[in-house]
Write a protein that binds this ligand. Structure first.
Ligand code: B1M
Length: 238
């Protein structure tokens, strides 16, 4: 097929006419191509067909981003294209945000979360913030590229129960230890539950840096945050 016909075919795709599986496949392609409006439309369509916000997130958006990640790693996609994909993903996430947060539960605690110094990846962190809100937490998101001082300023200002740190680079993940060591040094480490996460981390790393927990994904962060906070409160009242 020549390029012109290919384009015509692409333009002819009507998302609402696709079955669920085809629509998800098309959304993966659209995410790959950084087509934000199409991702927003697909997200709304799946929700309209009765998909839960979690399922749309995991199957259509996170699933698509995995493909982008593989091709980025393999040098098939480059930073500008990945930025467009990330922007398209955020379009879908913004639609899901209120739904994920819609639990009607009173805040069960507060979390400050941010990506560590030197690291500008924020999609995973944003998802964690949404899931924590969904689990009933008040979340203060301090964004990306946070220094020790910025984490401390946020902890002092917002007095959270939980500090969450995200890192996506092997070069930035050691910074989590810098923050935790400083908490120990200032005698405040035990005032907070510290949770860490990000693709290159694992449980062993979480333990090594002195965190209370390593979270594989956003859903686990919400579960672990609630559980550790409950244990901590019970211990305080024992
Ligand atoms: Co970057 N990047 N990137 N990137 N990027 C990775 C991480 C990489 C693995 C790609 C690859 O080579 N395959 C690679 C790191 C390699 C390594 O360190 N070993 C990499 C690189 C090398 C880079 C640059 C250095 C590229 C360059 O410039 N040459 C550069 C670094 C910039 C910097 O930070 N200083 C860079 C830049 C970028 C973009 C700006 C283009 C863009 C970021 C856009 C944005 O975030 N706004 C980008 C992206 C999008 C990626 C990939 C493709 C996708 C990351 C993502 O959003 N995943 C990524 C490849 C990959 O991870 N497969 C890659 C989806 C997200 C939902 O998953 O973030 O893992 P994730 O979050 C999960 C869990 O990890 C967990 O829950 C989340 C949701 O379930 N979680 C937490 C995350 N944080 C948590 C915190 C918690 C708990 C759980 O706290 C309690």
């Amino acid at each position: 097929m020549d390029a012109e016909n290919q384009n015509t075919d692409d333009e002819d795709i009507i998302l609402s006419e696709l079955g669920d599986d085809e629509l998800v496949e098309q959304m993966h392609d659209d995410l790959y191509d950084g087509l934000k409006e199409e991702i927003e439309e697909g997200t709304n369509l799946l929700l309209g067909r009765g998909w839960s916000a979690e399922k749309v997130l995991n199957v259509a958006l996170v699933g698509g981003m995995k493909i982008v990640g593989i091709d980025f790693r393999d040098g098939i996609l480059f930073v500008p294209e990945v930025l467009l994909a990330a922007n398209a993903m955020k379009g879908g996430m913004e639609i899901l945000r209120p739904l994920l947060a819609e639990t009607g539960v009173k805040p069960i605690g507060k979390m400050v979360i941010g990506t560590v110094k030197g690291d500008i990846h924020d999609i995973g962190k944003n998802l964690v913030a949404m899931m924590m809100e969904g689990a009933g937490f008040e979340v203060v998101d301090i964004g990306i590229n946070n220094s020790v001082d910025e984490y401390f300023a946020a902890m002092e200002e917002h007095k959270p129960d939980i500090l969450g740190m995200s890192a996506l680079l092997t070069t930035t993940m050691p910074y989590m230890k810098v923050v935790i060591d400083e908490m120990v040094k200032r005698g405040v480490r035990n005032d907070y539950v510290v949770l860490v996460g990000g693709a290159p981390l694992n449980e062993e790393f979480g333990e090594a840096v002195g965190a209370d927990g390593y979270c594989r994904d956003a859903a686990q962060a919400a579960e672990m945050g609630s559980e550790l906070l409950r244990e901590r409160r019970e211990a305080a009242h024992a």
